[in-house]
Design a protein around this ligand. Structure first.
Ligand SMILES: Cc1cc2nc3c(=O)[nH]c(=O)nc-3n(C[C@H](O)[C@H](O)[C@H](O)COP(=O)(O)OP(=O)(O)OC[C@H]3O[C@@H](n4cnc5c(N)ncnc54)[C@H](O)[C@@H]3O)c2cc1C
Length: 417
């Protein structure tokens, strides 16, 4: 089979890959997308659809380990789980994660997460307006709900920290909360409203983005897994796929949790682990939530999406399979019922499991490979891979075109590991 030539070849056609394709095409580059499955699905289509520039505190933060241990004592409701394995890469990831749960890591992560989150939120609004995407996009903010004084106090402290970094946050006492969100049950005692956040239906957004990218001229190869690379003189000279070999001027690796597996020939240390989560999408309830919600004590995310309601939760480190656990889906629904007036019987439209590509320090990896001059890495967005997609797309296009990037990407380079 003859080797195909590409200008910019993107591996992975989900949230990050398609946003990169969009901004590269807009900048005048020719784009080829290689996707192992179908584009516009990946681990993003069934997610909560939250666009959250307010999320500037990384997962690896003080208190995470304590919370995790406490949760694991109550496996029935725990929002957290982890694989038991002696795989050295996995153990090294866990140790790195534990070491990163520090105030120093939080301070290091806030500037890049804030810059990328703000850029992305602006880009979402622009794409949706300019391209006329109908995807249930709502700029109504994200509302955290709390049922205990302790969690509410901790939510307020976090909100005050975020306000110092320019994130709009309103602290709502019980009366104000119930006025703003009538779907909340009477014993919800307060909330924090991050008014700069938004939400949408991720499957619709990605489908429209995939169609747009094709119309703009991208060549898309679906059901075409990348199986390896040929490297010579510090450059990737061949990308091997089930449809034959490709040569490309520039390559963007955006294969989510699978990135370290795809890159196994490349002698790069990319510490990304899958963190599985679940969603359940159901028919509308009589009193639909007005906002995208986060249940403070349960870490369950809720999104009204047109005439459906989606609940998402759980973070299970280390598992690559995407089998839906009925037990955990039931626990997510029980949690939602603790906070919201939901009809007794709701029709379930879909249950889903997805993998968040998670780094030990809670920051994505975006930057040129230290070993290959035509490779850019764009992965590790963990629970923010939808939210940070359009910002990542823009800065990756800037890197490919060797332009100045919208903000300093050096804290996100893979060399930090
Ligand atoms: C329950 C849950 C709720 C979530 N809620 C939110 C939310 O509200 N907001 C938010 O921002 N994020 C959320 N996320 C996280 C978000 O879904 C992920 O961060 C996002 O999917 C990552 O996007 P990605 O493009 O990097 O990777 P993926 O979506 O994993 O896509 C990677 C793509 O690469 C392809 N690929 C893999 N191997 C190969 C190969 N060898 N060759 C070619 N292609 C390959 C895959 O098929 C896939 O399409 C949630 C995740 C879960 C699980």
């Amino acid at each position: 089979m003859a080797t195909r030539k590409a200008d910019v070849l993107i591996i992975g056609g989900s949230s990050i890959g398609l946003n990169c394709a969009y901004y590269l095409l807009k900048s005048g580059r020719k784009v080829t997308v290689i996707e192992a499955d179908e584009i516009a699905r990946g681990n993003a289509a069934g997610n909560a659809g939250h666009i959250v520039p307010s999320h500037i505190i990384p997962l690896a933060a003080p208190g995470t380990i304590g919370n995790t241990l406490r949760w694991m004592l109550d496996p029935k409701t725990s929002p957290f789980g982890m694989k038991v394995s002696l795989d050295p890469k996995y153990l090294s990831w866990l140790i790195r994660f534990a070491l990163a749960c520090s105030e120093t890591n939080v301070q290091r992560a806030i500037p890049p997460l804030n810059s990328l989150g703000q850029l992305s939120a602006r880009n979402f609004a622009q794409i949706i307006a300019e391209e006329n995407f109908y995807c249930h996009y709502q700029e109504k903010g994200l509302l955290f709900l709390y049922k205990t004084e302790k969690a509410f106090a901790s939510g307020q402290r976090e909100a005050e920290l975020m306000q110092k970094h320019g994130i709009p946050a309103e602290i709502l006492d019980k009366a104000a909360l119930h006025e703003r969100e009538p779907a909340a049950r009477d014993d919800v005692l307060g909330g924090v409203h991050f008014t700069g956040d938004a939400h949408l239906n991720p499957a619709l957004f990605l489908k429209l983005l995939g169609e747009r990218v094709r119309l703009m001229g991208a060549e898309v190869f679906e059901h075409t897994p990348v199986s390896g690379f040929g490297v010579a003189d510090g450059k990737i000279c061949t990308v091997k796929t089930s449809a034959g070999d490709f040569e490309a001027n520039e390559i963007v690796l955006a294969a989510g949790a699978w990135t370290p597996l795809v890159a196994r020939d490349l002698k790069l240390n990319i510490p990304v682990q899958p963190a599985r989560g679940y969603s359940v999408t159901m028919s509308a309830t009589k009193v639909m939530p007005r906002h995208a919600l986060l249940l403070g004590e349960r870490s369950v995310a809720i999104s009204p999406m047109g005439d459906s309601l989606r609940l998402t939760g759980r973070l299970e480190i280390g598992n690559f399979d995407r089998i839906v656990s009925a037990k955990h889906v039931a626990s997510i629904e029980r949690s939602a019922r603790e906070y919201l007036h939901l009809d007794e019987n709701l029709d379930i439209h879909e249950t889903w499991a997805g993998l968040r590509p998670t780094t030990p320090d809670g920051m994505p990896i975006i930057g040129r490979s230290p070993r290959h001059r035509n490779l850019i890495l764009a992965t590790g967005h963990a629970m923010l891979g939808l939210s940070l997609g359009p910002g990542t797309g823009q800065v990756v296009a800037e890197l490919v075109n060797r332009h100045e990037t919208a903000f300093d990407l050096s804290p996100l380079r893979v060399e930090r590991f």
